[in-house]
Design a protein around this ligand. Sequence first.
Ligand code: PMP
Length: 779
Amino acid sequence: MSSTVQTAPRLSREEAVRIAAELYGIEVSAAPLPSERDQNFLLRDSQGEQFVLKIANPQESLEFLEMQNCMIRFLSGAPVEMSFPRIIISKSQKDIPAFESSGGQPHYVRLLSWIDGVCLASVQPHNRKLLRSLGRALAQMDAALAGFEHPAAHRSFYWDIRRASVAREYLPLLPDSKRNLVERFLAGWVAIDWSRLRSSIIHNDANDYNVLVSPINAPDQSPDWRVTAILDYGDVVHTATVCELAVALAYVMLDKPDPINAAAQVVSAYHEVYPLTEDEVDSLYALLTARLCCSVCYAAYQAREIPANDYLMISNEPAWALLEKLSAMPQEWPRKMFRFACGMPPSKDVFTRARPTRERLLDSRRELAGPSLSISYQSPLHIVCGSRQYLYDADGRRYLDCVNNVAHVGHSHPRVVRAAAEQMELLNTNTRYLNELMVEYARRLTAALPEPLRVVYLVCSGSEANELALRLARTHTGREEVIVEDAAYHGNTTVLIEISPYKFEGPGGRGRASYVHKVPIPDVYRGVYRDSDAGLCYARHVADAARVSRGLAAFFCESAISCGGQIILPPGYLREAYASVREVGGVCVADEVQTGFGRAGQYFWAFESQGVVPDIVTLGKPIGNGHPLGAVVTTPEIAKSFANGMEYFNTFGGNPVSCAVGLAVLDVIRDEELQENARDVGQYFMDALRKLGEKHRLIGDVRGLGLFIGVELVRDRQTLEPAGTEASAIIERMKSRGVLLSTDGPFHNVLKIKPPIVFSKADADLVVSELDAVFAEGI
Ligand code: PMP
């Protein structure tokens, strides 16, 4: 390293101007640009056109410079959504002419077109979209470079992470504490089994000053940025392919409050485009920390040798701070997060454990569990682990999960798992002791809800939440009766079965209790009202029910109806319905068990799409990402009525572990910008499904709110004859193709789509193409 940095050319601006004139025949002004081993100038001609003049280090071979040009030309023609510079040919028709400096030293020279953009380092914050854009750009570049070969890239180069042992030479320059830190990280590098990593030529320097970004939305909005170019091909080397990502991550993580989470966004997007192997993912952390170690060691050396070169020191302080921060983390943490980012099982050995066969399991279950428990699919699945949007069966087969809205932020999200485990290790009790987690969680939940929803009861399931909501409403109003939607489901307790037509009118049901009023589902596709005023027409049925009731306690309604067939409420429905319920003194309950926590995309709660504020909101499923948690949030007034002397106690409700889990879920939704993801991917998914509907007549309707989507199948688009058996057949076929879907609605003809909201556009593409294939096969 030492000598190449010391031999970096030091030409004057005037010489740069002279090179442009003599070799390229252009009149320019010149300004210096930073570089470690070469010398770069920004040139501008009289028309304002800009170029980069690169004066090579005398130790750089002509062959290596030619390789860089080859690579630039190769990438320019590859399917990579980035700009690459044009190589300007000299007057003498050369890509790489030579120039003799005033000191008599010969230099190879290259002139490249200037690429506009802002460097990643100067754009803040690095939001999810930008980080994912970086992952995608790197992946596209690496996928293309897998087909690029050049002998000059096969070299021994100190910035190649494979050569990180070079950094060891400089360890004596570090103070003891810092040396120990570096040695600890380099021990991880020593353990890397390089033979298990794929090799290829990589750019090897996607640092935040080499990555260019450009705004992608209208100038009047706060800009979203996209990676548009990666500059500087001077560090290109043939090495382990995953080093590309490791180098980029080492810089992306600098100065981030949660560096691993930021890195995970890049990893996830990279993996989506150019899948990583498990070995690559598992070695990523050792690689990126080794790169940071190289950075700080080389900087320590250069600070001693060439104190004037600021460029060399630019990321030194943040790199030390990052290494310190990482050293305080549990060792396994980054690997867990990166595996999750790629939807890989949490550990490699999960499929090698001894387990009963599927048949044995099924027999035992039939023998031991109540026969009213149902199981999905003709040939049931034995799922043994989950990660992100995937479920894995005992044989290691991966399924894309499009239905599990409980695993809201992704199956087994490491942050949620960690929150639960750490709190479980410390304490789990009930609400009879003071605990800051419960108060903090209640504060965070209410902060996400509008006034006057300010009082929280923590419970253990959606059913418990609705059960308590009914008690609150009855105690507050002193009345009994309830209005519910046709085909609604609100839970599994005795009283909730009584207010769930889906159950009391279904097999084994006992029919409608006299205190229950049923109103038609506001379905604008097959219901009685389908016009633009449908919301108001349907709401009139609620008004009628409220009028005939002899003491209305509550109106229960899901904010988007799930069991009823993924129905999106028409405009004005809840506003009018709530008004008539309140007019007779009833309480409005929004069942958000299926729809809350950002799934609705544009809205954090689906009721917001109706412009209403309920009196009671019930929460479940996604709230704990699989941990049994539920909540009721209501007004101080209703809570006061409920405090009538009878204690409300719930052994598990509000326990510290549940609160830690609930907080982690809220944190992940915020930090990973998952509500925005639900909005963007949901819209993209629905557009693609509607397009599919133009091709396959079985698709009668596509509707949804964010990632709460229904695809209604009909045999005839005029009569709307439900295609229930076809829907079941599709579910089975999609399962055999590795996609888990399910049906719902009174005729079981609606494909319900409500995946973990980490679902990506690539996942949506996969579902649509598999559905297309299944439809094309004929049903
Ligand atoms: N409300 C709605 C809208 C539901 O869909 C469900 C469950 N499917 C519940 C309440 C009951 O929740 P849990 O199963 O957690 O008791």
